[in-house]
Write a protein that binds this ligand. Structure first.
Ligand code: CAA
Length: 289
Protein backbone atom coordinates (compact mmCIF):
# COMPACT_ATOMS: atom_id res chain seq x y z
CA UNK A 1 0.00 0.00 0.00
CA UNK A 2 1.38 3.37 -0.99
CA UNK A 3 -1.44 5.88 -0.68
CA UNK A 4 -3.39 6.11 2.51
CA UNK A 5 -6.26 8.41 3.48
CA UNK A 6 -7.16 9.26 7.06
CA UNK A 7 -10.58 10.69 7.94
CA UNK A 8 -10.54 12.62 11.21
CA UNK A 9 -7.74 15.00 12.18
CA UNK A 10 -8.06 14.67 15.95
CA UNK A 11 -5.66 12.98 18.37
CA UNK A 12 -5.93 9.55 16.73
CA UNK A 13 -6.17 10.63 13.09
CA UNK A 14 -3.13 12.91 13.31
CA UNK A 15 -1.17 10.22 15.15
CA UNK A 16 -2.05 7.70 12.43
CA UNK A 17 -1.17 10.15 9.63
CA UNK A 18 2.18 10.96 11.30
CA UNK A 19 3.05 7.29 11.70
CA UNK A 20 2.08 6.42 8.13
CA UNK A 21 4.12 9.33 6.73
CA UNK A 22 7.07 8.40 8.97
CA UNK A 23 7.08 5.02 7.21
CA UNK A 24 7.42 6.53 3.73
CA UNK A 25 3.82 6.38 2.54
CA UNK A 26 1.79 9.31 1.23
CA UNK A 27 -1.23 10.24 3.32
CA UNK A 28 -4.27 12.43 2.72
CA UNK A 29 -5.77 13.89 5.87
CA UNK A 30 -9.38 15.07 5.99
CA UNK A 31 -11.86 16.36 8.54
CA UNK A 32 -15.13 18.32 8.42
CA UNK A 33 -13.43 20.98 6.28
CA UNK A 34 -10.05 21.89 4.84
CA UNK A 35 -9.20 24.32 7.67
CA UNK A 36 -9.66 21.56 10.29
CA UNK A 37 -7.55 19.15 8.23
CA UNK A 38 -4.84 21.82 7.91
CA UNK A 39 -4.98 22.44 11.66
CA UNK A 40 -4.44 18.68 12.08
CA UNK A 41 -1.33 18.85 9.95
CA UNK A 42 -0.24 21.78 12.15
CA UNK A 43 -0.45 19.49 15.21
CA UNK A 44 1.69 16.91 13.44
CA UNK A 45 4.20 19.64 12.53
CA UNK A 46 4.44 20.54 16.25
CA UNK A 47 4.95 16.90 17.32
CA UNK A 48 7.59 16.34 14.64
CA UNK A 49 9.39 19.59 15.56
CA UNK A 50 9.60 18.32 19.15
CA UNK A 51 11.24 15.14 17.85
CA UNK A 52 13.73 17.26 15.89
CA UNK A 53 14.44 19.30 19.04
CA UNK A 54 15.17 16.10 20.95
CA UNK A 55 17.49 14.88 18.20
CA UNK A 56 15.17 11.92 17.35
CA UNK A 57 14.99 12.78 13.63
CA UNK A 58 16.88 15.28 11.48
CA UNK A 59 15.35 18.34 9.86
CA UNK A 60 15.45 16.80 6.36
CA UNK A 61 13.54 13.69 7.46
CA UNK A 62 10.99 15.86 9.30
CA UNK A 63 10.40 17.98 6.20
CA UNK A 64 10.05 14.89 4.00
CA UNK A 65 7.58 13.38 6.50
CA UNK A 66 5.45 16.54 6.48
CA UNK A 67 5.61 16.77 2.67
CA UNK A 68 4.00 13.33 2.46
CA UNK A 69 0.89 14.59 4.33
CA UNK A 70 -1.74 16.42 2.24
CA UNK A 71 -4.72 17.98 4.01
CA UNK A 72 -7.85 17.73 1.82
CA UNK A 73 -11.23 19.43 1.99
CA UNK A 74 -13.48 16.73 0.54
CA UNK A 75 -13.40 13.01 -0.14
CA UNK A 76 -12.91 13.06 -3.93
CA UNK A 77 -9.05 12.74 -3.88
CA UNK A 78 -9.48 9.51 -1.88
CA UNK A 79 -10.33 7.67 -5.12
CA UNK A 80 -6.52 7.33 -5.35
CA UNK A 81 -6.17 5.71 -1.91
CA UNK A 82 -5.28 2.03 -1.41
CA UNK A 83 -6.61 2.23 2.13
CA UNK A 84 -8.97 4.69 3.82
CA UNK A 85 -8.77 4.76 7.62
CA UNK A 86 -11.70 6.35 9.42
CA UNK A 87 -10.66 7.88 12.76
CA UNK A 88 -13.60 10.18 13.49
CA UNK A 89 -15.55 10.69 16.71
CA UNK A 90 -16.60 7.46 18.43
CA UNK A 91 -20.28 7.82 17.46
CA UNK A 92 -21.83 5.21 15.22
CA UNK A 93 -24.09 7.60 13.27
CA UNK A 94 -21.13 9.88 12.47
CA UNK A 95 -19.00 6.94 11.32
CA UNK A 96 -21.80 5.43 9.23
CA UNK A 97 -22.34 8.76 7.44
CA UNK A 98 -18.60 8.82 6.64
CA UNK A 99 -18.62 5.23 5.30
CA UNK A 100 -21.53 6.13 3.02
CA UNK A 101 -20.05 9.41 1.75
CA UNK A 102 -16.39 8.36 1.37
CA UNK A 103 -17.52 4.91 0.18
CA UNK A 104 -18.71 6.59 -3.04
CA UNK A 105 -15.08 7.27 -4.04
CA UNK A 106 -13.50 4.07 -2.65
CA UNK A 107 -11.54 2.43 -5.50
CA UNK A 108 -12.66 -1.06 -6.59
CA UNK A 109 -9.64 -2.75 -5.00
CA UNK A 110 -9.19 -0.42 -2.01
CA UNK A 111 -9.91 -1.21 1.64
CA UNK A 112 -11.98 0.79 4.14
CA UNK A 113 -10.85 0.47 7.77
CA UNK A 114 -12.29 1.91 10.95
CA UNK A 115 -10.23 2.88 13.98
CA UNK A 116 -13.27 2.38 16.19
CA UNK A 117 -12.36 1.43 19.73
CA UNK A 118 -15.49 -0.62 20.37
CA UNK A 119 -18.32 -0.35 17.83
CA UNK A 120 -19.12 -3.67 16.06
CA UNK A 121 -17.34 -3.94 12.71
CA UNK A 122 -19.91 -6.31 11.19
CA UNK A 123 -22.68 -3.76 11.77
CA UNK A 124 -20.75 -0.76 10.40
CA UNK A 125 -19.58 -2.75 7.37
CA UNK A 126 -23.12 -2.58 5.96
CA UNK A 127 -22.70 1.18 5.52
CA UNK A 128 -19.60 0.73 3.35
CA UNK A 129 -19.75 -0.20 -0.36
CA UNK A 130 -18.29 -3.67 0.15
CA UNK A 131 -18.30 -5.41 3.59
CA UNK A 132 -15.66 -7.87 2.26
CA UNK A 133 -13.24 -4.92 2.04
CA UNK A 134 -14.18 -3.42 5.42
CA UNK A 135 -12.24 -4.08 8.63
CA UNK A 136 -11.35 -2.74 12.09
CA UNK A 137 -7.84 -1.35 12.50
CA UNK A 138 -7.52 -0.15 16.07
CA UNK A 139 -4.54 2.06 16.96
CA UNK A 140 -3.49 3.12 20.46
CA UNK A 141 -2.72 6.61 21.71
CA UNK A 142 -0.11 8.08 21.24
CA UNK A 143 0.00 6.28 17.90
CA UNK A 144 3.65 7.04 17.00
CA UNK A 145 4.77 5.55 20.34
CA UNK A 146 2.45 2.62 21.05
CA UNK A 147 3.55 -0.72 19.66
CA UNK A 148 0.17 -2.37 19.04
CA UNK A 149 -2.56 -2.42 16.42
CA UNK A 150 -5.66 -4.60 16.83
CA UNK A 151 -7.00 -6.06 13.57
CA UNK A 152 -10.70 -6.91 13.73
CA UNK A 153 -12.35 -8.62 10.75
CA UNK A 154 -16.14 -8.48 10.68
CA UNK A 155 -18.27 -11.46 9.70
CA UNK A 156 -18.15 -10.52 5.99
CA UNK A 157 -14.50 -9.38 5.84
CA UNK A 158 -12.48 -11.26 3.20
CA UNK A 159 -9.30 -13.03 4.33
CA UNK A 160 -7.37 -11.05 1.69
CA UNK A 161 -8.50 -7.82 3.44
CA UNK A 162 -7.30 -9.10 6.83
CA UNK A 163 -3.98 -10.19 5.32
CA UNK A 164 -3.44 -6.83 3.56
CA UNK A 165 -4.09 -4.66 6.63
CA UNK A 166 -2.01 -6.98 8.83
CA UNK A 167 0.89 -6.52 6.46
CA UNK A 168 0.26 -2.75 6.44
CA UNK A 169 0.21 -2.63 10.28
CA UNK A 170 3.46 -4.59 10.52
CA UNK A 171 4.97 -2.21 7.95
CA UNK A 172 4.34 0.58 10.46
CA UNK A 173 6.62 -1.24 12.88
CA UNK A 174 3.70 -2.38 15.07
CA UNK A 175 2.80 -5.75 16.53
CA UNK A 176 -0.65 -7.06 15.60
CA UNK A 177 -3.29 -8.72 17.75
CA UNK A 178 -6.10 -10.33 15.80
CA UNK A 179 -9.45 -10.00 17.58
CA UNK A 180 -12.87 -11.37 16.83
CA UNK A 181 -15.59 -8.77 16.41
CA UNK A 182 -16.79 -8.84 20.03
CA UNK A 183 -17.60 -5.73 22.12
CA UNK A 184 -14.45 -3.80 23.09
CA UNK A 185 -12.30 -6.27 21.11
CA UNK A 186 -9.40 -7.38 23.36
CA UNK A 187 -7.64 -4.41 24.92
CA UNK A 188 -10.53 -2.03 25.64
CA UNK A 189 -12.64 -4.92 26.94
CA UNK A 190 -9.99 -5.23 29.66
CA UNK A 191 -8.93 -1.57 30.01
CA UNK A 192 -12.29 0.16 30.28
CA UNK A 193 -13.64 -1.94 33.18
CA UNK A 194 -10.39 -1.06 35.00
CA UNK A 195 -10.77 2.68 34.37
CA UNK A 196 -14.49 2.51 35.26
CA UNK A 197 -13.67 0.66 38.49
CA UNK A 198 -11.09 3.32 39.38
CA UNK A 199 -13.87 5.93 39.09
CA UNK A 200 -16.10 3.81 41.38
CA UNK A 201 -13.21 3.64 43.88
CA UNK A 202 -12.93 7.44 43.70
CA UNK A 203 -16.72 7.93 43.92
CA UNK A 204 -16.87 5.76 47.05
CA UNK A 205 -14.01 7.81 48.59
CA UNK A 206 -11.96 4.66 49.10
CA UNK A 207 -8.92 6.72 48.06
CA UNK A 208 -8.13 10.03 46.41
CA UNK A 209 -7.20 10.64 42.79
CA UNK A 210 -3.44 10.70 43.31
CA UNK A 211 -3.42 7.59 45.50
CA UNK A 212 -5.52 5.59 43.03
CA UNK A 213 -3.10 6.50 40.25
CA UNK A 214 -0.02 5.97 42.42
CA UNK A 215 -1.38 2.56 43.41
CA UNK A 216 -1.55 1.38 39.82
CA UNK A 217 1.68 3.08 38.72
CA UNK A 218 3.76 1.62 41.53
CA UNK A 219 1.74 -1.45 42.44
CA UNK A 220 1.20 -2.66 38.88
CA UNK A 221 4.01 -0.88 37.02
CA UNK A 222 1.56 0.86 34.68
CA UNK A 223 3.11 3.94 33.02
CA UNK A 224 0.02 5.99 33.98
CA UNK A 225 -2.60 5.46 36.67
CA UNK A 226 -6.17 4.74 35.45
CA UNK A 227 -7.53 8.24 36.16
CA UNK A 228 -4.55 9.88 34.44
CA UNK A 229 -5.07 7.51 31.53
CA UNK A 230 -8.81 8.29 31.43
CA UNK A 231 -7.96 12.01 31.14
CA UNK A 232 -5.45 11.15 28.41
CA UNK A 233 -7.93 9.06 26.39
CA UNK A 234 -10.80 11.54 27.04
CA UNK A 235 -13.59 10.91 29.55
CA UNK A 236 -16.24 11.15 26.82
CA UNK A 237 -14.45 8.42 24.83
CA UNK A 238 -14.15 6.28 27.98
CA UNK A 239 -17.87 6.69 28.66
CA UNK A 240 -18.75 5.92 25.02
CA UNK A 241 -16.73 2.68 25.15
CA UNK A 242 -18.04 1.47 28.52
CA UNK A 243 -21.57 2.25 27.29
CA UNK A 244 -20.98 0.15 24.16
CA UNK A 245 -19.84 -2.73 26.39
CA UNK A 246 -22.83 -2.25 28.69
CA UNK A 247 -25.45 -1.94 25.95
CA UNK A 248 -24.19 -4.69 23.68
CA UNK A 249 -23.62 -7.29 26.40
CA UNK A 250 -26.41 -6.11 28.77
CA UNK A 251 -24.08 -7.22 31.52
CA UNK A 252 -24.33 -4.98 34.60
CA UNK A 253 -20.63 -5.37 35.32
CA UNK A 254 -20.06 -2.76 32.59
CA UNK A 255 -22.48 -0.13 34.01
CA UNK A 256 -20.74 3.25 33.88
CA UNK A 257 -19.62 4.76 37.18
CA UNK A 258 -22.02 7.63 38.05
CA UNK A 259 -19.08 9.97 38.68
CA UNK A 260 -17.76 9.32 35.15
CA UNK A 261 -21.16 10.28 33.73
CA UNK A 262 -21.19 13.44 35.88
CA UNK A 263 -17.75 14.55 34.73
CA UNK A 264 -18.76 14.12 31.11
CA UNK A 265 -22.02 16.02 31.72
CA UNK A 266 -19.97 18.83 33.27
CA UNK A 267 -17.84 18.97 30.12
CA UNK A 268 -14.76 17.92 32.12
CA UNK A 269 -13.42 15.61 29.46
CA UNK A 270 -9.75 15.35 30.45
CA UNK A 271 -6.65 16.89 28.95
CA UNK A 272 -8.38 18.15 25.83
CA UNK A 273 -10.66 20.47 27.82
CA UNK A 274 -8.01 21.39 30.39
CA UNK A 275 -9.88 19.58 33.16
CA UNK A 276 -10.82 16.01 33.94
CA UNK A 277 -9.79 14.19 37.09
CA UNK A 278 -6.82 16.56 37.01
CA UNK A 279 -6.65 20.26 36.16
CA UNK A 280 -4.17 20.87 33.35
CA UNK A 281 -4.30 24.64 33.20
CA UNK A 282 -1.22 25.23 35.36
CA UNK A 283 2.42 24.11 35.14
CA UNK A 284 1.72 20.58 36.42
CA UNK A 285 -1.55 18.60 36.63
CA UNK A 286 -3.44 19.12 39.93
CA UNK A 287 -6.07 16.61 41.18
CA UNK A 288 -9.58 18.09 41.18
CA UNK A 289 -10.93 16.26 44.26
N1 CAA B 1 5.65 11.11 17.93
C1 CAA B 1 6.76 10.37 18.10
N2 CAA B 1 7.28 10.08 19.32
C2 CAA B 1 6.64 10.57 20.41
C3 CAA B 1 5.47 11.34 20.31
C4 CAA B 1 4.98 11.61 19.00
N3 CAA B 1 3.85 12.31 18.77
N4 CAA B 1 5.07 11.67 21.58
C5 CAA B 1 5.95 11.12 22.43
N5 CAA B 1 6.91 10.48 21.73
C6 CAA B 1 8.04 9.73 22.25
C7 CAA B 1 9.03 10.64 22.94
O1 CAA B 1 9.96 11.16 22.00
C8 CAA B 1 9.69 9.70 23.93
O2 CAA B 1 10.69 8.91 23.28
P1 CAA B 1 11.96 8.33 24.09
O3 CAA B 1 11.42 7.45 25.17
O4 CAA B 1 12.71 7.58 23.02
O5 CAA B 1 12.66 9.54 24.61
C9 CAA B 1 8.56 8.75 24.32
O6 CAA B 1 7.58 8.86 23.27
C10 CAA B 1 7.93 9.08 25.64
O7 CAA B 1 7.46 10.42 25.60
P2 CAA B 1 7.62 11.45 26.81
O8 CAA B 1 9.00 11.37 27.40
O9 CAA B 1 7.16 12.78 26.32
O10 CAA B 1 6.54 11.01 27.87
P3 CAA B 1 6.52 9.81 28.92
O11 CAA B 1 7.80 9.11 29.09
O12 CAA B 1 5.85 10.41 30.09
O13 CAA B 1 5.51 8.77 28.22
C11 CAA B 1 3.47 7.96 27.36
C12 CAA B 1 4.29 9.19 27.74
C13 CAA B 1 4.14 7.24 26.21
C14 CAA B 1 2.11 8.50 26.91
C15 CAA B 1 3.38 6.99 28.59
O14 CAA B 1 2.94 7.70 29.72
C16 CAA B 1 2.43 5.85 28.34
O15 CAA B 1 2.77 4.86 27.72
N6 CAA B 1 1.18 5.95 28.86
C17 CAA B 1 0.15 4.96 28.64
C18 CAA B 1 -0.47 5.16 27.29
C19 CAA B 1 -1.56 4.18 27.00
O16 CAA B 1 -1.92 3.31 27.78
N7 CAA B 1 -2.15 4.33 25.82
C20 CAA B 1 -3.25 3.52 25.41
C21 CAA B 1 -4.51 4.24 25.72
S1 CAA B 1 -5.91 3.30 25.29
C22 CAA B 1 -6.13 3.56 23.67
O17 CAA B 1 -5.49 4.35 23.02
C23 CAA B 1 -7.18 2.75 23.03
C24 CAA B 1 -8.54 3.27 23.04
O18 CAA B 1 -9.29 2.93 22.14
C25 CAA B 1 -9.06 4.13 24.11
Amino acid sequence: MQKIAVIGAGQMGTGIAQTVAAHGMRVMLSDVDLATAEAGKGKIDKAVSKLVGRGKIDVGAAEALLDRITPIGDYSPMEEADLIIEAATEREEIKNAIFEAAGKVLADDAIFASNTSSIPITRMANHSPDPARFIGLHFFNPVPVMGLIEVIPGLATAKSTTDSVTEFAKGLGKEVVLSQDEPGFVVNRILLPMINEAVFVLGQSTAGIEDIDKGCRLGLNHPMGPLQLADFVGLDTCLDIINVLYRTTRDSKYRPAPLLVKYVEAGWLGRKTGRGFYDYTGEAPVPTR
